[in-house]
Design a protein around this ligand. Structure first.
Ligand code: 6GU
Length: 285
């Protein structure tokens, strides 16, 4: 998988070489390049932002600089969008909103089929005002062969940037990583990168540990509690059933715990749970 990151702080991503991702790069599983957005400026101040049209606080990232940068990295020639695209901005907004897993050739990808490959580069903008990035998105994007992350800073980026590249047939995604505000997209991109790359085949030693995780596949539940030895630590005992050696009972105990824990801490996940995936014993819980 090839990963390009564009940022005004490319040094931020140097730590990626130290971490687990460094190992994945050594193994040739991923190739990560961080680019400096200012390399695509032409003015003496290397400016990448300007005041918001219509007024308001802060600065907005300029479309021209991003345009030259993204054209180069996506191997696209600059064009002009037909003027009728400007006629009804509201209609344009809804039709250009990211359709989940719609590929460039117009065929609908199956977002919940983890084996679906995403053809061509996927352009991803971190944005606190976008849909939440989920494990399902991470799984889907782990099958892409080229990801390009554009890190916004300041109050955001010109809204025409994602719109233009969508109109060029590029698979453009905008994601938030949670309901809080960060200064820029760099931390959010690091989070998404880790969630995606750890799913690459050969990245982690134990593939089963991925299958059993929270938010994954049929396990849309929080994970059950884990214990190791000793069976009694400072007076707190490991639940007896886990020491029983009865695998069916252990599975049932863990499943019940996952259901109860999710119900208490994340009732929103229970509501989205597919009832057909609950077994008879689940229904009694
Ligand atoms: Cl993706 N960006 C920024 N700046 N803040 C965020 C975020 C992204 N997700 C949550 N907060």
């Amino acid at each position: 998988m090839k990963i390009d990151i564009v940022s005004v702080f490319p040094e931020y991503f140097e730590v990626l070489n130290l971490s687990l991702l460094g190992k994945a790069q050594e193994k040739g599983l991923v190739e990560v390049t961080a680019h400096n957005l200012r390399d695509w400026t032409h003015d003496v101040h290397h400016s990448v932002d300007d005041t918001p049209v219509g007024g308001g606080a802060g600065m907005v990232m300029k479309p021209e600089v991003w345009g030259e940068c993204l054209d180069e990295l996506l191997h696209l020639e600059p064009t002009t969008i037909a003027s009728d695209a400007n006629e009804d901005d509201d209609a344009a907004l809804s039709s250009e909103t990211q359709a989940p897993a719609e590929s460039a050739d117009g065929t609908a990808g199956e977002a919940d089929d983890p084996k679906t490959t995403v053809p061509g580069p996927v352009l991803i903008f971190p944005n606190p005002s976008a849909p939440l990035f989920t494990q399902q998105d991470a799984t889907e994007l782990s099958h892409a062969d080229h990801l390009l992350f554009g890190c916004g800073r300041y109050e955001g980026y010109d809204a025409r940037i994602p719109r233009y590249y969508r109109a060029q047939g590029v698979d453009v995604r905008e994601y938030s990583i949670g309901d809080y505000v960060l200064n820029g997209g760099e931390v959010a991109v690091s989070v998404m990168l880790e969630a995606i790359t750890r799913l690459l085949p050969g990245f982690m030693g134990n593939a089963a540990s991925i299958v059993e995780e929270s938010y994954t596949g049929e396990n849309a539940l929080l994970e059950h509690r884990q214990y190791t030895k000793p069976a009694d630590w400072r007076g707190i005992k490991v639940p007896d059933v886990l020491l029983s050696g009865n695998h069916a009972k252990v599975d049932r105990f863990r499943r019940d715990e996952a259901l109860a824990k999710t119900d208490e801490l994340r009732p929103d996940l229970i509501e989205t749970l597919d009832c057909t995936k609950l077994d008879k014993a689940d229904r009694k819980t």
